[in-house]
Design a protein around this ligand. Sequence first.
Ligand SMILES: [Zn+2]
Length: 109
Amino acid sequence: MDSVHAEIAATIQWNAAGEPKISAIAIVGFRFWPIENRKAVTTPCGRCRQWLYEAIVRSNSHPKIICANGELSKLEIFEMKELLPDAFSLEAALYENWYKKMRPKLQSM
Ligand SMILES: [Zn+2]
């Protein structure tokens, strides 16, 4: 089931504000599964990691990603590259667009 995660909603607000440079992003939440990990810190899901990565690149920021559990009894601080070391990059997307435009010309050579 799809849903709008808090990271997406917050990033849309950030985008609407012109994506100013920021110094930190806080992720706080309770884990519901598995039950023995209820007190573990909550980290962004895979989709939100890529979404956050792209917003961070656009803003030219290097924010700390502060992840906490719902009780605020544990927190861990990450760099974006630690949470998503092989992010799909905007540079790669630009290259892909260039390649699609050039491919017919390259094939006709
Ligand atoms: Zn998410």
